[in-house]
Design a binder for this molecule. Structure first.
Ligand SMILES: Nc1ncnc2c1ncn2[C@@H]1O[C@H](COP(=O)(O)OP(=O)(O)OP(=O)(O)O)[C@@H](O)[C@H]1O
Length: 566
């Protein structure tokens, strides 16, 4: 079972520490208020019945004075009840934003990590972490109060009546014991529920992405059945969790009620027998339930927080997995002035039993245009991902100058690279804002010029782009991505252009423009393409997968003179 307070959360989310100190202080203040409140109630009631007091003996003030003091205690308790959630929500907001930032940073270091699907990541970063609100605003403050209030009350009761203190001391630990037993069952159930919720999110995301395909093949409606099954499974697991929550709440409530009844019955008999005065008995009777309440509420709020802690646990695992300790990252050499050597590089993706890239070796001289060719699935894109440090070779090595790529500061290495991927990523905004990603300081004129060079003269800068590039054709996306890369080379200081099928889907005239722009970029280029126009630029061709027969250009431009110098 996970500890009530995850040490990784305290270590990583600094806001947690200040919050814990504040919660401890308010917890102690609350405990003092409860004791004073019980003392005032006991004296006020006993005063009405004219009983003498052995609790804090002294002259009894009037009933009105007790009421005024009680009102003051209520005001202080109300203030504390307001302060706690206020502090909790501030801490929770800060912890969530820190975890989200760390999660994104973890994904950025390894954007191709297939172990966490993007829809799971989205669920964790949004609703998943939002569930931490319950943890911070309810569970954690209650946990701290449960640690202080019962002990303080026990000490005060022990000072008044040893017998009652003994009953409380024996019965009180039963509640955390039962809670621990319930917690073990709940933790497994909550993780199972999170798993099914993630599965539902992934299923839904897949369906939405593949909807046009499913529609064309007439399979859209039949998918509803699968979705219904996943949704039903998620609902069943949610109901199971709720059932455990209600049942465990009932068990703890019963235990606390029986314990208080035990104290009340013994105290009552002793008052009747004259062994205990009324004020002391009332004082103990008012205090006893308050000793059990905080511990019992921990059990209740545990269920409110369980979803949040399960999500935080999943997020922390992803963050920690991405933190591969790199002793002292070496400053990478400038790719424009150094050789890049692939030495028998092989890659086997986790969970697969065959190499996706097998024994690739080549040496690229600075400033060269190197083309990677080979059949589909031979591992060309994988080789580019290795070059950019997104994928680590399973065997073999990549050397950049005197350094091994695995030892260099990858952020610094990537800052020197401009990239056009096979499916270039686009963000919601405009064409201009997407080109600007290449060099955020570029002016409108510079963006326009880069787009024109990339063959996108007709693309208006202020044309809106929806989520994930919706609204742009595949060819338009590639031209926007190429313009972005050109801007990065010209103004951002990138010295290596990495291209993965940048001209696929372009007509001959537009392709010729894009090819001319690549040639004019004046930096080293590593290109994956099946298109003759681009391959003609190459100083060297490297066959990936060893299948030379398939390396001949297969695009729509075979034999076509695209107007570029070979
Ligand atoms: N994240 C991944 N996990 C598991 N296997 C993968 C992953 N990415 C790629 N592969 C597999 O690795 C092999 C090489 O893929 P890669 O994309 O590098 O090929 P490619 O030569 O670029 O193909 P294409 O010309 O069709 O784009 C393929 O069989 C692919 O299915």
């Amino acid at each position: 079972m996970a500890p009530p307070l995850d040490p990784r959360l305290v270590k990583r989310a600094t806001a947690t520490r200040g919050f814990l100190v504040a919660v401890v202080l308010t917890g102690i203040a609350n405990a003092c208020c409860i004791i004073v409140q019980a003392w005032l109630i006991a004296h006020a009631v006993a005063g009405v019945f004219g009983s003498g007091s052995t609790v804090f003996p002294g002259p009894l003030p009037g009933f009105g004075a007790y009421l005024a003091a009680l009102a003051a205690v209520f005001v202080v308790r109300a203030g504390l009840s307001w302060l706690n959630p206020w502090l909790a929500h501030r801490a929770s907001a800060s912890v969530k934003s820190q975890l989200r930032a760390d999660l994104m940073a973890a994904r950025l270091t390894n954007p191709l990590d297939a172990s966490t699907p993007s829809s799971t990541l989205i669920h964790l970063a949004t609703q998943g972490l939002d569930a931490l609100d319950g943890y911070f605003s309810k569970y954690l403050p209650q946990l701290v109060m449960a640690a202080f209030i019962p002990l303080l009350i026990l000490a005060v009761v022990a000072g008044q009546d040893g017998e009652s203190a003994l009953i409380i001391a024996v019965t009180l630990p039963l509640i955390p014991l039962f809670m621990a037993l319930i917690g073990i069952t709940t933790r497994e159930q909550v993780n199972r529920r999170l798993k099914y919720q993630n599965r539902l999110a992934n299923h839904f995301a897949d369906l939405v992405t593949g909807l046009p395909t499913l529609q064309v093949f007439g399979r859209a409606r039949s998918q509803l059945k699968g979705l219904r099954i996943t949704e039903q499974r998620s609902r069943i697991e949610t109901m199971k969790t709720l059932r455990i929550a209600f049942l465990s709440g009932g068990v703890l409530e019963l235990l606390a009620t029986l314990s208080v009844a035990l104290v009340a019955v013994t105290v009552g008999f002793r008052v009747v027998a004259g062994d205990l005065d009324l004020t002391t008995a009332l004082f103990i009777l008012v205090l006893a339930p308050e000793a059990y309440l905080p511990v019992r509420l921990v059990g209740v709020h545990f269920h409110d927080s369980a979803d949040g802690t399960a999500a935080a646990d999943a997020v922390l695992r992803i963050i920690e997995a991405a933190e591969t300790p790199q002793a002292q990252p070496v400053t990478p050499p400038a790719p424009g002035a150094t050789e890049i050597v692939f030495d028998r590089v092989s890659v086997r993706y986790p969970g697969t039993d065959r190499a996706s890239l097998d024994n690739l070796s080549f040496t690229m001289r600075p400033g060269d245009v190197l083309a990677l060719v080979g059949r589909s699935g031979a591992g060309k894109s994988t080789a580019l991902n290795v070059l950019m440090g997104f994928v680590r070779p399973t065997s073999g090595s990549v050397r950049v100058g005197d350094a091994d790529l695995s030892e260099v500061d990858l952020d610094a290495w990537r800052r020197q690279i401009a990239w056009v991927g096979q499916n270039p990523g686009m963000l919601r905004g405009t064409i201009a804002s997407n080109v600007l990603l290449g060099y955020p300081g570029a002016t409108k004129a510079q963006i326009r010029e880069a787009l024109d060079r990339a063959g996108g003269e007709e693309l208006a800068l202020d044309r809106p782009i929806a989520d994930d590039g919706e609204g742009l054709s595949a060819g338009e996306r590639r031209r926007v991505a190429l313009a972005r890369a050109l801007l990065r080379i010209e103004f951002g200081g990138a010295q290596l252009l990495v291209l993965d099928e940048p001209t696929a889907g372009l007509d001959q005239a537009t392709e010729a423009q894009a090819v001319a722009a690549v040639r004019a970029a004046g930096v080293g280029v590593v290109v994956v393409s099946h298109r003759e126009a681009l391959l003609r630029l190459a100083d060297e061709m490297v066959s990936v997968g060893g299948d030379r027969e398939q390396t001949a250009p297969v695009g729509g431009n075979e034999g076509v003179d695209d107007g570029t110098d070979a």
